[in-house]
Design a protein around this ligand. Structure first.
Ligand code: SAJ
Length: 402
């Protein structure tokens, strides 16, 4: 089990590939994007994650990691491609299916395939039938699901330290996969079946979504009753069995805003709380947009500085970002001149690029120009602000920091 092929070099695949290469495995990382392949083979990275640049550089120089548009023969294939939602909130597993199709010509007897992508319940079994249909004569092929559980911003540490849940399509697959993770994971590696592993992952993210929804609902209720929600949460959290999360402008990222729908779709009549939590969190973004619009109507010529575009603090990831949605909506509705401040990106993403009343500026310039300042993301750069800057501005603080 020395050579590993990792399919998908995104936020999970690339750190996983680099970490395995650093553990001594020979790793080929595969992606469909030629720019990503070129970047990695030059020892650079295309995402922002603490310490990842040094690690990738090191393993590429040592020849332990190389990136390629095509898979190669290997002992283990790890699939870490996205599983987005279709327009009707139905899971789209086509990237996983395509990834599996891409590796089938390279499969040989005894290979282990691990699906790390978050997938709807039953997908591992479905993929098993899919593989069996394509390759009939090569057996055994082992297949297991081991959902990634790492927190963007802390990926390299959590890849090693977090417990892992491994569920194979049969006992041998589970055993093989568990043995592999035990080679580099310091946390526990726990064996189960594939359906359980699938729903464990979905349950974790739904749990967090529901708890954030509670915080967001309380923030709107407190607003309505003219009470400071941050003080309420601080005081309620003094209770030994209460631990309320933080309200914000909504829930973003490619995980928590997506995965609960996989459960809702599998059991629509039963997943009432999970669905409502999703709706509350989506609604919180619209609520913030209205707060900003109301504040802007009180200003003659509103110049609105929106601080933060990423989906959470201190990262560059814009996927499903509520902050991005808010900025886009304000600009589209021409609520005023909109200034976006996002220290982690160099230029606006495509969907914000052609909006004539929107520009990306640095913090200092934004404060010079704006009369309304909205804190959307709690980046460190925004926390330690000179308080004098805030004087004479109308402030909306969705993070409870100022
Ligand atoms: N958020 C709040 N209030 C909070 C905490 C978070 O509004 O108190 C918001 C964030 O601003 C962000 C969103 O929720 O928009 C999600 O952020 P997050 O830090 O809670 O989680 P992710 O999406 O970065 O990573 C999650 C993690 N899952 C759990 O904590 C259960 C991570 O461990 C998973 O590996 C990851 O999803 C994934 O890939 O599924």
């Amino acid at each position: 089990m020395n050579k590993i092929c990792v399919i998908g070099l995104g936020y999970i695949g690339l750190p996983t590939a680099a970490l395995l290469a650093n553990q001594g495995f020979e790793v080929v990382g595969v992606d469909i994007n030629p720019t990503i392949i070129e970047t990695i083979n030059q020892g650079n990275i295309h995402i922002c994650e603490p310490e990842l640049d040094k690690l990738v550089n090191n393993v590429v120089i040592k020849g332990k990691l190389k990136a390629s548009l095509k898979p190669e023969l290997a002992d283990i294939f790890i699939i870490a491609v996205p599983t987005p939602l279709r327009d009707n909130n139905q899971p789209d597993i086509s990237f996983v299916e395509t990834a599996v199709k891409t590796i089938t010509p390279y499969l040989k007897q005894g290979n282990l395939i691990i699906l790390e992508s978050t997938i709807p319940v039953g997908t591992t079994e479905k993929i098993n039938y899919f593989i069996k249909e394509i390759i009939t004569e090569i057996t055994p092929i082992y297949l297991a699901h081991c959902p990634e559980r790492v927190l963007p911003g802390n990926i390299l540490k959590e890849l090693i330290e977090n417990d892992r849940v491994v569920g194979g399509i049969d006992e041998d697959s589970t055993k093989k996969a568990a043995l592999f993770y035990e080679k580099f994971v310091q946390g526990k590696v726990i064996s189960t079946n594939s359906k359980t592993a699938e729903i464990v992952k979905l349950t974790e993210n739904s749990f967090r979504d529901i708890n954030i929804a509670f915080a967001n609902e309380m923030s709107m209720i407190c607003d309505h009753l003219d009470i400071n929600v941050w003080e309420v949460i601080k005081l309620a959290n003094l209770h030994p069995r209460v631990n309320i999360l933080k309200p914000g402008p909504g829930v973003g990222g490619h995980c928590i805003a997506i995965d609960p729908w996989f459960i809702v779709n599998s059991s629509p009549n039963l997943a009432k709380l999970i669905k409502t939590a999703r709706e509350v969190n989506i609604n919180k973004t619209d609520y913030v947009i209205n707060q900003i619009k109301n504040a802007a109507t009180k200003i003659n010529e509103p110049v609105i500085a929106c601080l933060g575009l990423s989906y959470k603090a201190n990262i560059d990831d814009l996927r499903e970002s509520p902050a991005l949605k808010i900025v886009q909506q304000l600009a589209l509705e021409k609520i005023g001149k909109i200034i976006a401040v996002e220290p982690h990106i160099k230029c606006l993403p495509n969907n914000l690029n052609n909006l004539e009343n929107l520009e990306l500026l640095d913090l200092e310039l934004a404060f010079c120009k704006a009369n309304l300042v909205v804190l959307l993301v709690g980046h460190n750069d925004f926390i330690n602000l000179n308080q004098e800057l805030l004087e004479s501005k109308i402030i909306i603080d969705t993070q409870g920091i100022w």
